[in-house]
Unconditional design. Structure first.
Length: 109
């Protein structure tokens, strides 16, 4: 592996170039995004948005698919799955917009 910036030969595990400090993307590429519920884009609990972000698809597509699972193949299967996901998937507090942040922590004078 060689640095894309300066061409210095690097080890496969190197996260940064030891010559110019450029990121090799080693750690970043192998670390998948965590499955969380971003509350800033949530319609109910952010479950669909969380899955959409995790798989890199449109949140509306996930919502439509999830609604299909509510009625097919078993009634309520989608509802049970949603509640389970709601409980299991952690809330993405970092994605909270300032408006909700202020509501939770009191208005900023
Ligand atoms: Zn370099």
């Amino acid at each position: 592996m060689f640095c894309t910036k300066c061409g210095t030969e690097l080890l496969e595990r190197d996260k940064f170039c030891n010559e110019c400090g450029a990121s090799t993307g080693v750690g970043a590429a192998r670390q998948p995004e965590r499955l969380t519920r971003p509350m800033n884009d949530a319609k109910i609990a952010g479950v669909c948005v969380g899955f959409a972000r995790y798989f890199g698809v449109d949140p509306t597509l996930v919502r439509v698919l999830w609604l299909v699972f509510v009625i097919w193949p078993l009634p309520c299967l989608g509802i049970v799955a949603y509640i389970v996901a709601w409980i299991v998937i952690p809330k993405d507090t970092a994605a909270l917009p300032s408006r909700q942040f202020q509501a939770a922590n009191g208005p900023a004078a």
